[in-house]
Design a protein around this ligand. Structure first.
Ligand SMILES: Cc1cc2nc3c(=O)[nH]c(=O)nc-3n(C[C@H](O)[C@H](O)[C@H](O)COP(=O)(O)O)c2cc1C
Length: 322
């Protein structure tokens, strides 16, 4: 399946594994790359820029295919040395970066000077247009269904993807709610050049996520996510567990970020993946969790999605053409 995305990034399949805090590590990213799709290491999963450089080296030991690094710029309680992380990416010679969370404008000159291609992930057409103006190469447009940060506009992919396709000249990738070949075929029909998936890749053999959590993902339905931090205008879609419900309750009671922060901390979320206790903290999950019914290898998943999309385009859709 050749698209402007596969051509631009030199990969076989039009599929990205989006950045995932604590999950986007060398094991998963190299498996995605070896399966012919684009994997993303998550820069801030590494405690320091030096650790990120080592993780890039570790990934290279496991694959000789292209991979990206996700660079998420978000409000954090502890200041993050963003410039140093960016230097580590560039000095390591990585040629694809996925930016997210905030406008990547201030980092663009450095990235372009180093010949890095930038995929900016955002949740609105206006931010996508602004990213295109700032010189990004591709936009990943993330609908309301997505895990993590869906923004504050609540526009689902069915509207957002064709709206972005109409407005942008650069290739767009559809993100949020994709888990199978039907989604890939639909994304291509809506004007995207590929799909970005997070939640689906968590439930693969190679994802560094405890087996109990992978099983919980398989059991869950599309009703098992919840939105936290709506009141702070920093909305995040999380798995609906005791902790995310507590956070929503505290928000309704008007509790401050200082009071809520420790409960919703990323460090506690990390324990979920490491220890397999689904209630250890908050953890991201998208509505497509209802479409996930097994834990395949990454290679099985990627080839199944592409074959299914191919079949839908060749057979089902052709039947409707006059
Ligand atoms: C566990 C998890 C952690 C995530 N962490 C990040 C992150 O650190 N930075 C980021 O840009 N996106 C993050 N995301 C969002 C994904 O990259 C992707 O945009 C999203 O999962 C797409 O929606 P989907 O889950 O419906 O496929 C995360 C998603 C998950 C499931």
């Amino acid at each position: 399946m050749k698209t402007r995305f596969t051509e631009m990034f030199g990969v076989e399949h039009p599929i990205i594994q989006g950045g995932m805090q604590w999950v986007g590590r060398a094991e998963l990213v190299s498996a995605v790359a070896n399966a012919g799709a684009l994997g993303c290491l998550t820069a801030l999963t590494q405690p320091t820029p030096e650790d990120l450089a080592k993780e890039i080296d570790r990934t290279r030991e496991m694959t000789d295919k292209p991979f990206a690094v996700n660079f998420t710029i978000l409000p954090t309680l502890k200041p993050v040395p963003y410039a140093e992380y960016m230097d580590a990416i560039i000095e390591s010679g990585v040629k694809i970066v996925e930016t997210a969370g905030n406008n990547p404008k201030e980092h663009m000159p450095k990235l372009k000077a180093a010949g890095v291609k930038v995929i900016h992930k955002c949740t609105s057409v206006r931010h996508a247009i602004s990213a295109q103006k700032n010189g990004v190469d591709c936009v990943s447009i993330d609908g309301f269904e997505c895990a993590g940060h869906p923004g504050e506009d609540d526009t689902p992919g069915l509207i957002l993807i064709p709206r972005a396709a109409d407005q942008l000249d650069i290739p767009i990738v559809a993100s949020g709610g994709f888990a199978d070949g039907r989604g890939l075929a639909a994304a291509l029909a809506l004007g995207a050049e590929g799909i970005n998936m997070g939640t689906r890749f968590m439930a693969t053999k190679e994802a560094p996520v405890h087996d109990k959590i992978k099983q919980r993902i398989v059991e869950a339905s599309e009703l098992d996510t919840t939105l936290i931090f709506r009141t702070l205008r920093n909305t995040s879609r999380m798995f609906n567990n005791a902790v995310s419900r507590k956070v929503v309750e505290m928000e309704a009671e008007g509790k401050s970020i200082q009071e809520i922060g420790p409960i919703a901390s990323g460090q506690k979320g990390r324990l979920v993946y490491e220890q397999g206790d689904e209630d250890a903290g908050v953890w991201s999950a998208g509505m497509c969790i209802g479409l996930i019914h097994d834990v395949p290898t990454v290679a099985e998943l990627v080839s199944r999605i592409v074959a299914e999309a191919d079949g839908i385009i060749e057979e089902r859709l052709k039947r409707f053409a006059s």
